[in-house]
Ligand binder design. Sequence first.
Ligand code: HEC
Ligand SMILES: [Cu+2]
Length: 485
Amino acid sequence: MSPVRTSSFSAMMLAVALLGATAWAASRDQNINDPVKGEEHATLTYAPEVPAPITRNYATKVVIHLEVKEVEGRLADGVSYTFWTFGGKVPGKFIRVREGDLVEFHLDSHPDNKMPHNIDLHAVIGQGGGAASSLTAPGHSSVFSFKALVPGLYVYHCATAPVGMHVGNGMYGLIYVQAKTPLPKVDHEYYVMQGDFYTKGANGEQGLQPFSMEKAMAEKPEYVVFNGSVGALSGNNALSAKVGDTVRLFVGNGGPNLTSSFHVIGEIFDTVWAEGNTSTAIHNVQTTTIPAGGAAIVEFKINVPGTFLLVDHALTRAFNRGALGQLRATGPENKLVYSGKITDEIYLPEGTGIRVAEGEGRPAATATDHAGRVRLGETVYKTNCMACHQLTGVGIPGAFPPLAKSDFLNADPTRAIKTVVGGRQGSLTVNGQVFDGVMPAWSLSNDDVANVLSYIYGSWGNSGHDVTPVDVAATRTTAPPTPAR
Ligand code: HEC
Ligand SMILES: [Cu+2]
């Protein structure tokens, strides 16, 4: 190859590389120069709703009013908190504009507020993402404008010092800059945003809880929640869909500190628009990382009915600190996709010397009186039940019903025996709270069942009812256990 040809070849390669690197920048330039036609007021929505897709095919001027409000609200049952909000709730209202739009942004601070606030929108290219022009005292309104140059899903947040405190009090939300070629239409779009909360009192401590700067700096939250409070996406507030529907979740993470390992139990994301970009998708994903101050769009199709749990898969956050939501899908079963439990059989590895009767597990320690049953039952409980119902029987809101002071439990001991022996699913109400989960069937001996239930009835403010092996045997003969489906 001649030197001339070599250099022209490398020049060509250089040109190709430059084109690759500048293609995205060029699209920004084009969006800067996109003519802006007309004007409209944006409709913003509270989570979990998302504003309707934009059908316009040109850029316009979009006027947005977002009100900053300091409000007292519920963080968990019996726990309240003074949230600082964009729009009156956590997370802040969802904003949807189109790539190329000129946004006139009004940050209105309610006169009852005590603090100045501002806004940094990650969709903004400019000093502080808008923060530099939006510091607003109570009873004032700041206006600035920006052009939405880059499509994607972006976090916005307050950036007033101490920033960690303003964000920690709930000052974050999402803005979606819909690309000129929008994502395909789906049946449901929902808005979910994770945040970590640092209360002075420990998780569950009742009353109005002040912010703890110390815990925030140690990055040790008492609560990690979706949409601003424990249970904001469960029970009556669960997301919903039908078998056959496609679902798109716009998921943000306000932080201020934790990175989310976002996962939906029992689903696989067909598509993830990672880190909030809408240019390149990845497919067939189990769990996606959402950094603090970041977002992702996840999509999946519902093939079977069920209650699918939204979690931060750093699991103690989900099951002990609140990062647990529900998507309830209704419609016909598809036993080919998922059979449900077909049988529950005794498994005896080769060489196991113990023989067990049908329906019974390993032989249990036998007690002759109530006190003995309560004592032996504690071990059965800690081995089999504690993982879900918790050490002190308090359960987990939205997932596992309490066994402590349970009106449901105390009302009907025979039903409790059937629940343990045969499993249970479908909705039930315990102490006024609705649960709709699956309790597995247990292959426990009559003694073990009697012991564990005597222990539960004898603990945590329950009735003290005694359950004997004879009671359990009677239940088995009158109503043979049906395996949980
Ligand atoms: C995998 C989690 C899990 C484990 C482990 C578990 N349960 Fe449950 N339990 C549940 C769920 C979920 C329900 C509610 C089922 C429904 O919605 O119908 C439930 C319901 C119950 C109920 C009826 C509700 C009430 O408050 O009275 C009793 C009694 C009960 N479980 C006892 C037990 C006992 C005893 C054990 C251990 C042998 C146990 N559970 C182990 C998940 C679990
Ligand atoms: Cu603020």
